[in-house]
Design a protein around this ligand. Structure first.
Ligand SMILES: C[S@@+](CC[C@H](N)C(=O)[O-])C[C@H]1O[C@@H](n2cnc3c(N)ncnc32)[C@H](O)[C@@H]1O
Length: 218
């Protein structure tokens, strides 16, 4: 496996691996590999849109460790677990509204001190903004109709000046009726109107069809 500029990330061809913060433990059935006595977890781009984003050409400087991040739509913690591996000293606030997914997140958080789960609706950032404070990175992966509005409201509530944002836009959750290119253009425009600067736009196919990642700066 090749090293990368990030000590906790390794690559082998098109495969990504993160240094396992919990040696011997898998989070979602991923492959474990040990190199020079250090264990790594395979980061599956079919299960994690962030891995798909990196493999599809996103600038990897996005992986520079923030002091804190707000992650909306943590689900069972698949991607969160890799961020937890990558950023051992960051605080990762993870919002999830489904109680059953939240139970899995809670179990992950009990084993990983940098994961801070919040059972809440991402459409109501006023419920958790006091706990989260100001973060350097906002990440959103929720299949909701109004994804751009949710992202904007959370950025306004919690994102620091010159912070980074990553919206994993699920086009078909916005509408079934308009073409994907129009939905992406409208979502992009909504973020720009909110004062966010677009840094990258990366389609996530074939790993996540009809998903586009929009990376912004506040
Ligand atoms: C596609 S899954 C996220 C997968 C996860 N980001 C990963 O890569 O491991 C979307 C998640 O968003 C959650 N979700 C949907 N709407 C939400 C909302 N309004 N607030 C919080 N979570 C929400 C769902 O319950 C689901 O767990």
């Amino acid at each position: 496996m090749e090293t990368t500029r990030w000590p906790e990330l390794r690559r082998e061809g098109r495969e990504l691996y993160t240094r396992n913060a919990e040696p011997g433990t898998k989070v979602y059935g991923e492959t474990l590999r040990t190199v020079d006595g250090v264990e790594y977890r395979h980061w599956d781009p079919w299960r994690s849109k962030l891995a798909a984003f990196l493999l599809n050409g996103a600038p990897d400087d996005l992986l520079a460790s923030p002091r804190s991040a707000l992650y909306l739509g943590g689900a069972h913690g698949t991607t969160v677990s890799h961020l937890s591996d990558l950023w051992p000293s960051a605080e990762l606030f993870v919002v999830e509204k489904s109680p059953s997914s939240f139970a899995a997140l809670l179990a992950l958080a009990r084993r990983r001190a940098n994961v801070l789960p919040i059972l809440a609706d991402a459409q109501l950032p006023e419920r958790y903004r006091a706990d989260v404070g100001e973060v350097d990175l906002l990440y959103q992966d929720v299949a909701q109709r109004d994804q751009a509005r949710i992202f904007r409201e959370n950025a306004e509530a919690c994102l620091a000046g010159n912070g980074r944002g990553l919206l994993m836009l699920k086009v078909r959750s916005v509408t079934q009726r308009r073409p994907a290119s129009v939905v992406v253009r409208e979502s992009r425009a909504a973020l720009v109107r909110a004062g966010l600067r677009l840094e990258a736009e990366v389609p996530l196919a074939p790993f996540a069809r009809e998903h586009v990642a929009l990376a912004v700066r506040s």
